[in-house]
Design a protein around this ligand. Sequence first.
Ligand code: PLP
Length: 409
Amino acid sequence: MTAPLHAPQRQFAVHDDCLQIGALALPRLAQRVGRTPFYAYERGHIHQRVAALRQALPAGVQLHYAMKANPMPALVHMMAALVDGIDVASGGELKTALDTTLPPARISFAGPGKTDAELACAVAAGVLLNVESEREMERIAIVGERQGLTPRVAVRVNPDFELKHSGMKMGGGAGQFGVDAQLVPALLRRLGQLGLDFLGFHIFCGSQNLAAAAIAEAQARSVQLALALAAQAPAPLRLLNIGGGFGVPYFPGERPLDLGALGESLALQMALLRAASPATRLVLELGRYLVAEAGVYVCRVLERKVSRGRVFLITDGGLHHHLAASGNFGQVIRKNYPVAIGNRLAGGPRETVSVVGPLCTPLDLLADQMEMAKADAGDLVVVFQSGAYGLSASPAAFLGHPAALEVLV
Ligand SMILES: *Cc1c(COP(=O)(O)O)cnc(C)c1O
């Protein structure tokens, strides 16, 4: 018997009472993993997601994985075989990406504070550096001279527009990311003098966006801006990375992104770009959209406690593994992630509970007065939409509890 699942959970199968992850029922998976808490990421779901994107997007658009969304090495290795490139944001991520089968030329490195050691590693490996400031460009040139290599660079532009309705804005206005659009022409002149290998532009405006029209507008403006700036570049535009920002629904009332609409508007941009600059590769870089819905976080109920009429499920997992679900990763008003009792999905009595972790802080909250199946010690709590910005974005050392495990199934 199968109970209706609330929207974000529908991508997983349910058998009898239990959530199925990959081929296994949740309690069996928990047994295999050996202990809770753990994250499980479903390969099949990631494959489907990439296939759906390829289907919806115009031919020729290249897909990159922004690995800060989920840097688990096994997942990054799998992703390397599915996408056209990987975007990294630190020397550590660069090392993981270089360990995959992907050619180094398909790796790009962005981030406003790259050390000389990181630049040296990137130049030596032949990865693309997204230049974030004039000073950084000078440092890249010095590194290249020292190594006798010509660094491959793209200029990250901080545009004079923003991506509206984003969960997080990373472009438009003043900020630490990229070079302000009006300063780019002068920087391009200097880039030519330095003899760097110019590939193109990187324009990333924001994250977690569910409004296809807003994304389409930012993409159109990005193409326009890139073509205008390209006229002043020392070499033809070979690469244009227009970011991504594709969001996933987390909360009641949120709807999945309209991929069809995005595909149509991008086809238009692709045609414009092809007409003006036929040899330019158009790249989308996505993190969350590729992996968030493929992942769950699983912890076990240690105790069911009643305090002044309210029920608390106290679990072995919490914000130290999953800061985002606790509401402390950039949320202004805390909302519940989709949470369920993963081994009691087929009806039975229900109650309103708060799911909390073991930490000595009231911030350690995974669900605040949410209705779910009535549970007790030993039951498994599942937090859905947990494949992105989960474990690696959480303060694992806080209070010294054991680390969460991660499995790719
Ligand atoms: C974080 C980041 C991404 C990924 O963002 P998502 O919202 O996870 O898709 C892509 N590009 C850059 C430059 C980033 O900093």
